[in-house]
Design a protein around this ligand. Sequence first.
Ligand code: IPD
Ligand code: CA
Length: 329
Amino acid sequence: MTPQVLTPSDLQAILDFTVILAKTAGKLILDGSAAIHASSGDSDVSEKKNSVDLVTEYDVKVEELVKKEIQTRYPEFKFIGEESYAAGSRPPLTDDPTFCVDPIDGTTNFIHGFPFVCISLGLIHNRRPVIGVIYNPFLEHLYTGVKGQGSYLTKGSSAPLKLPLSSLPKPLPSLSQALLAVEWGSDRCEKTISAKSSSFGRLAGDPAQGVTGGKMAHSLRSVGSAALNFALVAQGGLDLYWEIGCWPWDVCAGIVIAEEAGGLVTGSHDVFATTMATDQFGEVTEEILTGRKYVVVRAIRGNLGETGSDAQKRIIKEFYDTVEDVETN
Ligand code: IPD
Ligand code: CA
């Protein structure tokens, strides 16, 4: 089969379709939230791998809606979705255009009524993320990005704002001046939890007051949605986000939005160590996309002695020298 070419105008048309789809799905997410909060118990909530890995009937309903609309409009495109994957549909990644979808990212927030919940719709082509749409219907925040065409935040019916929001991104001398996003995730085994806890402690701790290797970062945040963490890094509200254990559908859309905002995305400690001195550094390969270990740092202003991209590399190095790697489960 001849490889499919997507021109800039094809990408624009797909983006327009995807934005409408995200808004339609957003209405269903809001209806679902209202229904959950009107109901008396927690019968709408099921567990996946354990009691903190949650799913509701709305995760499934939203994915069904999205999948059906995509199949009708783009029948030749492939589809990877969190709930389809959970149900056993696990197509391998190919060069074909492939939607990569998390119908509800931030399901725990959704269940609790914490309004950081979104739908995350990414498009992968030739094994690289090329379109990202993230929509939080509670706040009416829409993030969009197309490879090579920039990324934007649209709040409600206001005009789109180009990302990052600051036209002159600030320098970032060290982690001690950073606002960092980390997540607890759903893997709560002893090894993972102690590695994460001690890493978080070092990031926050004061080295002058007994925390060995402490960085005393301004603070740590856990928004509860990988996609929104990426979007917040793209916007410049977070300096860096790191997670081990999430999946391509959590990050695919966010990767495009962050990169188009000047952010830099890479994978695990090992990926960073082996690519940092190569031309491939900063390219989100299939290995990184599917590797379940991600770090993204915002656009940083360079200066005479250091380019912005060297500053991003320096911050990731300082970060990875501070936190521990763990295996994904
Ligand atoms: C989760 C969220 C969370 C992250 C987890 C994801 P879900 O996705 O993005 O922030 O820590 O790794 O699985 O379950 O809400 O779709
Ligand atoms: Ca989800």
